[in-house]
Design a protein around this ligand. Sequence first.
Ligand SMILES: Cc1cc2nc3c(=O)[nH]c(=O)nc-3n(C[C@H](O)[C@H](O)[C@H](O)COP(=O)(O)O)c2cc1C
Length: 332
Amino acid sequence: MNDDPKMRVRKAARLSVAPMMDWTDSHCRVFHRLMSRETLLYTEMVTAPALVRGGATHLLDFEPAEHPVAVQLGGSDPAELAEATRMAVDRGYDEVNLNVGCPSDRVQSGTFGAVLMRDPDLVARCCAAMIAAAGDVEVTVKCRIGVDDQDPEVVLPDFLDRVADAGVGRFIIHARKAWLAGLSPKENRDIPPLDYDLVHRMKSTRPDLHLSINGGIASLDAAEAQLAAGMDGVMIGRAAYHDPAGILMQADSRIFGRADPMDDPVAVAQAMKPHITRHLEDGGKLAQVTRHMLGLFAGRPGARHWRRVLSENAHKAEADASLIDEAMAVLA
Ligand SMILES: Cc1cc2nc3c(=O)[nH]c(=O)nc-3n(C[C@H](O)[C@H](O)[C@H](O)COP(=O)(O)O)c2cc1C
């Protein structure tokens, strides 16, 4: 069964790090991968128009070390999403995910993201076109439980069933509504109440669908509780970004049953140095990498020194990978 690429990625989806614009770029994913070999990692959203009409194919760049890695696409035109899916699959992504959860204005103006909760038939057509283009690679959907004045008890089951009829077998459900008018994207991640119970009921009434739950899950204890409640997978966003060691370093043993956890944050920081040096040689800036690493020692002695040395110095012209050693000086 492990030879089936879809099954391999489904196994990884037991725990995933959420797609987060401006946060989960390739540097961030390389860093996260040093703490967990098993957890599924998602890209930031990449829009199909940017790839297909804008020719911005660099948005699909990733490093081989990032596998298993899923690309998240935004869009609502079936033919364009199919073309973007082909491009992503050619690049070697392990999963292609459609964003039906993002509430930002920019995204609404192009009919992407959460507003598509209102049009499950269009989402179904988009997914059917993506599946036809994806070959062996699984197409998944990340959605909300509803938007605005919709009743999630009615809307979510109908959405899942219609999109599943188009061939989608795996969903990630952010367990709160998005309010498209009146709340900022940030408020839309906190203010609408979470309804885990509804998502659990979707799983118990649809045992054949692979369902991951997302939203407000801030520890591995909470992730384990969701798996024990019957969910197939748990997606963690902000907590994984702000406390990557706290979430990811124990994930391989606690979530995936491996006996060889990567549990030394100092070794993780050291292991980032070759990546940093390559990035600088390619003309990149140190802070583009280290900004994702500020939370590495969260809650541990020396965390403030680490954060301060990196934030105050990483942007300087002469800064290089040796700043990592300087920032760890008080940790050693
Ligand atoms: C900075 C930031 C950017 C985000 N960008 C995306 C995105 O591109 N696509 C998406 O589906 N969700 C995006 N989200 C939402 C997350 O994927 C996730 O659904 C949300 O943060 C709730 O999970 P959490 O409570 O574990 O953080 C973003 C969240 C944050 C904090």
